[in-house]
Design a binder for this molecule. Structure first.
Ligand SMILES: O=C(O)CCC(=O)C(=O)O
Length: 262
């Protein structure tokens, strides 16, 4: 449960960092799973390694350079694994979420788009530029009815490209974005105009393993640049208030890609 002071801070700034939001064992179990999936693919292409840290960094970084399709397969495979779903749907933060999206009943929390992020050193292709998640997730129209939970699976900071936010920018509500349609590699983009971004100070979220950031749906934010030599692992899930009259439950389509792995 959050006290009123923290709730007021969230309402004013549009974000909150909750330190040590859940036991480290939960993160360890998920990181074991990620290393396990990397090992399945690494063994298949002849990159034999058993050390967890090496699998999570050196091996997957090498794979991305030499077998990029394999890293997409790993990403999608983790997202669909039993352990990832168990992790993301059992964070145990329902009371906090209910307070922040203001549901009358704790049962009235909807979810959308749980996903792992694997942010590689020096990558620019998969990072997100300035945006508001409210343009991508239409479950509720009011930014305070939904939020993004951003989970630090490793420590995140400026060096490894942590998320950068514009505190207070949620007050703008939804700003008309510049739209870029999807191409083969990138999904569609709703980019916040730079002149709006320039009005705000910027904060690089500094988080430790097990900390979570709560981001109001209209808050302007972006990915940083990972200039370290390690992968930045995070997980995200969106929560929505399904009591609201305008609540639209999303309908997910099952889509399969061929994954021509070498
Ligand atoms: O790079 C990040 O961790 C933030 C990504 C993000 O803002 C998003 O996926 O909506």
């Amino acid at each position: 449960m959050l006290d009123q002071k923290l709730i007021s801070k969230y309402m004013e700034k549009g974000f909150l960092v909750i330190p040590n939001a859940f036991p480290i064992e939960k993160i360890n179990e998920l990181m074991d799973l990620i290393a396990h999936v990397i090992k399945i693919e690494a063994d298949r292409i002849g990159l034999h390694e058993t050390d967890k840290e090496k699998l999570l960094n050196e091996v997957i970084i090498k794979m991305r350079k030499e077998h990029p399709v394999s890293t997409s397969w790993i990403y999608q495979t983790v997202n669909n694994s039993n352990i990832f779903k168990k992790f993301i749907y059992n964070l145990g933060l329902e009371e906090t979420i209910s307070q922040l999206i203001n549901t009358k009943n704790i049962k009235s929390i909807g979810t959308n788009s749980p996903n792992l992020r694997i942010d590689f050193p020096e990558d620019k292709k998969n990072t997100r530029t300035w945006h508001q998640d409210g343009h991508y997730f239409l479950d509720n129209s009011d930014g305070f009815d939904s939020l993004v939970l951003w989970i630090s699976l490793v420590g995140a900071n400026k060096e490894n490209g942590t998320v950068i936010i514009c505190p207070g920018s949620h007050e703008e509500k939804k700003i008309d974005p510049k739209f870029e349609s999807a191409d083969n590699l990138l999904s569609e983009q709703h980019i916040t105009p730079q002149q709006i971004v320039d009005k705000y100070p910027k904060i690089d979220l500094n988080t430790k393993v097990g900390d979570v950031a709560v981001i109001q749906m209209d808050l302007i934010h972006r990915s940083g640049y990972n200039s370290s030599d390690k992968v930045r692992y995070t997980a995200q899930i969106r929560y929505t208030n399904l009591e609201k009259d305008d609540y639209m439950p999303p309908q997910n389509m099952i889509k399969y890609s061929k994954f021509s792995r070498s």
